[in-house]
Design a protein around this ligand. Structure first.
Ligand code: PHE
Length: 475
């Protein structure tokens, strides 16, 4: 009785579209626009894309389906959802909540950088790219932008699922896609655009190494927001008559599609800036925050201002629909477990996670200690606080959580209940080709891939043994 009452109070998505947009909004984030294009370029262009797609469908989709069904079956937060069988399984959920808090603490800082760029470029400050190092160490400024970002996130989450998260996603996701299409079309007509597209898209199989394959796995997993209960939490608000398999496939396609479009959008600008010479461009964080502002400036002051600020606005939108999903994980846990009001929990947790991000903020150079606080075993390279949190949470805990989720489906929750949940909204699920494929992947592929990922990450990040490089050198 108490449960059904609290379920009514929990609220939920109004239907399929709201859920899909919110889940896609969680998946589509900084990972897609910031990281993906360069991983494609570094990893052999279209060859990487192909591999990435395979990973998304072969092992990420089954985990997404599992997460959403675990959540929907329980109609509870990401920790209680594991308590259907033996209670001890909930340690998987607890790890997820911890990961969500850690990931959000640094993700919010990077989102703050992006938001600040909108303002800087609107003020005509195109040299912000060259000043990036100074900018991210302007503690007052970044605290302000990251603070505003957390306020927006907390405000949305405080409004609940349908009036907060769903409404935001329904506005921002179409806006994100439209802005992207406009920037892509604009970029296509820039001089040297062709060189950029060629660089992005022509496959170069020679660039595919074991490390590139490992990166594609990690990127696929993070980009789909898996392993920390985001999809369990969103799934718990999904109506029973919706088809989980189809909704998941749609979310995966949307995530991959937007990541692909991000590359189409970015590389023509980069090529234009370098007059078509793509031999020497910097990757990673630098591409977006250091290189691109110069590309926008070269369009001319007026149009550069519009295109540049729209670009960073788009990046901030993508990040916002991800940060709300991260905050919702611990919020749902606290609301369901402690039965305290959503608003109180949201503002408390928002403040807590913001403060937790401060050491990451200071670890970009401002604090000498935090910027180089530890070097791992066997490595002389010192790591910043932000690096360490990222290595622990997104690199290690996420695949570990994913492994836990798969084990739970196989041995805790078990196939019968998993099938029964999926059959709701998909009456012919049992016996379908989807069922055979998902069962096979969950029983054989996912455990192997995820345990390998955890092992390789721990050896590489914390012990300094890069197994993949050793193997490549030996071959
Ligand atoms: N998927 C988001 C991105 O690509 C990040 C994220 C990870 C969001 C995990 C929620 C949970 O940026």
């Amino acid at each position: 009785m108490a449960d059904s009452l609290s379920n009514k109070k929990r609220g939920g998505f109004t239907g399929r579209m709201g859920f899909i947009l919110a889940a896609a909004g969680s998946a589509i984030g900084l990972g897609n626009v910031w990281k993906f294009p360069f991983e494609v370029a570094d990893g052999g262009g279209a060859a990487f894309l192909f591999m990435y797609l395979i990973f998304c469908f072969v092992f990420c989709l089954p985990i997404m389906v599992s997460e959403i069904s675990i959540g929907r079956a329980a109609q509870r937060d990401a920790v209680s959802a594991f308590e259907t069988g033996k209670k001890s399984w909930n340690v998987v959920g607890k790890l997820g909540v911890l990961s969500a808090v850690l990931v959000l603490s640094f993700y919010n800082i990077v989102a703050g950088w992006a938001l600040g760029y909108v303002v800087e470029i609107l003020m005509g400050n195109f040299s912000i790219g060259e000043e990036f190092g100074t900018y991210i160490n302007d503690i007052a400024k970044i605290s302000l932008y990251a603070g505003i970002f957390m306020l927006l996130t907390a405000y949305t989450v405080s409004k609940g699922i349908s009036k907060g998260i769903e409404r935001l996603s329904k506005v921002l996701m179409p806006l994100l896609l439209s802005l992207m299409v406009i920037l892509i079309l604009y970029g296509f007509f820039l001089p040297h655009a062709g060189a950029g597209l060629k660089y992005y898209l022509i496959p170069n199989f020679a660039n595919i190494s074991l490390e590139v394959i490992y990166n594609a796995m990690g990127q696929a997993f993070f980009s789909l927001s898996l392993g920390l209960g985001a999809m369990i939490t969103y799934g718990s608000y999904l109506p029973k008559n919706e088809n989980i398999v189809h909704a998941s496939a749609f979310v995966v396609l949307a995530d991959v599609g937007i990541a692909f479009l991000a590359g189409l959008m970015i590389f023509p600008f980069v090529a234009h800036l370098n007059a078509g010479d793509m031999s020497d461009i910097s990757g990673g964080a630098g591409l977006i925050f250091v290189t691109l502002p110069g590309g926008f400036e070269s369009l001319g002051p007026g149009i550069g201002l519009v295109v540049g600020s729209l670009f960073f606005l788009l990046l901030s939108f993508a990040a916002l629909t991800s940060t709300v999903s991260l905050l919702e994980i611990p919020v749902a846990y606290a609301v369901d477990k402690l039965s305290i009001s959503r608003k109180a929990v949201v503002w408390f947790l928002g403040l807590f996670v913001f403060l937790l991000g401060i050491p990451s903020l200071l670890s970009q150079g401002d604090s000498a200690f935090l910027s180089a606080c530890l070097s791992y075993l066997n490595s002389s390279e010192s790591r910043s606080f932000m690096d360490i949190i990222e290595h622990i949470s997104s690199d290690t805990f996420l695949p570990l959580g994913g492994f836990g989720i798969v084990l739970y489906v196989l041995f805790g929750w078990r196939k019968k209940r998993f099938h029964a949940e999926l059959s709701q909204g998909y009456p012919n699920y049992v016996g379908s080709i989807w069922q055979r494929y998902l069962d096979f992947s969950l029983a054989y592929l996912c455990p192997v891939i995820l345990s390998l990922m955890v092992l390789l990450t721990i050896l590489d990040r914390f012990i300094g043994i890069n197994v993949l490089k050793i193997l490549t050198d030996a071959l």
